[in-house]
Ligand binder design. Sequence first.
Ligand SMILES: NC(=O)c1ccc[n+]([C@@H]2O[C@H](COP(=O)([O-])OP(=O)(O)OC[C@H]3O[C@@H](n4cnc5c(N)ncnc54)[C@H](O)[C@@H]3O)[C@@H](O)[C@H]2O)c1
Length: 251
Amino acid sequence: MTDANTAELTGRRAIVTGASRGIGQAIALRLATLGAHVICASTKAGGCDATLDRIRGTRGSAQAAVVDVADEASVNAFAEATLAGGAPNILVNNAGVTRDGSFLRMSAKDFDAVLATNLRGAFLTCRAFVRAMLKTAAPRIVNVGSVVGLTGNAGQANYAASKAALHGLTMSLAKEFGSRGVTVNTVAPGFIETDMTASLPDAVRQAALATIPLGRFGVPDDIAQLVGFLCGDAGAYITGQVLVVDGGMTL
Ligand SMILES: NC(=O)c1ccc[n+]([C@@H]2O[C@H](COP(=O)([O-])OP(=O)(O)OC[C@H]3O[C@@H](n4cnc5c(N)ncnc54)[C@H](O)[C@@H]3O)[C@@H](O)[C@H]2O)c1
């Protein structure tokens, strides 16, 4: 297919953090399918090889980059190297971790580690790239949150807090940079089949499945499709929102 719609991100540069697998890989693939050049960032050299393989054959293109979003120096070095190749139009803050556990046993270390990646990481990347993005066409920031940032979840106090706060960051940046044409949104997945959810006990998975009206877990592409929409022309007037993609789980 060569209609304008499928190529609408041609000429755009997109950054996707945590692009080695799961939802980040699907987002990188979707943006490349729409024609973008995607900078696929992961914590290790070679981490995005599988993603780059999948992007070959799309109309877009890709390159790999290494960053630990929890580390300010690493983010700044990543930004310097990336900006040397041109300003990004699109920044997708997808990198995320869990350190689940009952609240009474939750260590401050595990609390801090989750906030450092899921919230502070998004702050650091936004700060590193947004100035350059202001000069580009149709600048878009998409933060990957979670439905538990809206509902809370027993055993995920750290993770839920990080994702709820991420929405505060989203709304604030939407207000601060709206007049410069930047849209900033949070996409909040429900239960998506990835490495992050693969290790959950079967009883937890079955209990979650019973709460999903559509009767199935999501797949990474369910999230990637919405990110592609937000980054395209159709998303131009949507900003500061949390968009839930959960099969109806939070109804
Ligand atoms: N899978 C789900 O059900 C689900 C639900 C809601 C939200 N999410 C969110 O979606 C995003 C992607 O999750 P996933 O399910 O694909 O998980 P995943 O564990 O498969 O992938 C997470 C990615 O983030 C990267 N990452 C982790 N820490 C990083 C750091 N410090 N710096 C750079 N990259 C780092 C990992 O290397 C990996 O590429 C996360 O933000 C997660 O919180 C997932």
